[in-house]
Design a protein around this ligand. Sequence first.
Ligand code: GAR
Length: 212
Amino acid sequence: MLKMVVLVSGGGTNLQAILDAIEKGEITNAEVAAVISNNAKAYALERAQKAGVPGLCVSPKEYPDRSAFNRALLKTVQSFSPDLVVLAGCMVVIPREMVEAFPNRIINIHPALIPSFCGTGYYGLRVHEQALKRGVKVTGATVHFVDAGTDTGPIILQKAVEVHQDDTPETLQRRVMEEAEWKIMPRAIQLIANGCVKTENGRVIIDETHGI
Ligand code: GAR
């Protein structure tokens, strides 16, 4: 059984997609051991509570400096001994110590087709604002392993989504979530939980022969 800790910051719709997929049997061999938010008001914490999953807040506001917060976050994650750390709308820059403690065991969902519209400063609605500003006709979402860079780790799954001429950042964000994020995040977890994902030379190879 793959034990997951899910890190969140806001609404938690990706967390919900994971919880629903477990409930429906679309994710097997995996459980959410805890949900950790940097923001005490995150609706994601209510979603965790409703699902009977422990929800905790580790806020930078409670610590004197960033390194004290980073240490506390790592300690809290490690207290659950997870096999996989899932960043589901987590707006915290993951500290180097965390990446080193969980090599190729942290995954993130990014709301664009990496390497477009990613890296420092590209998060949440800003990603969609930039995609619309550039006038791309197709965008999407990416699930990737987290390495020491920002959005630079090996790509596990991607899904493309059409941009409409009358899109606002909000309508585009919603379509990317519905058509891509809420599908590829649970799917990536299902593949990892069932041993179908390996990394070679910085690239992910998915073994489709399992029939998962
Ligand atoms: C999602 O669109 C996710 O891809 C994005 O934040 C949103 C969180 O929504 N993540 C990032 O931008 C990370 N760089 P949610 O809280 O409803 O899952």
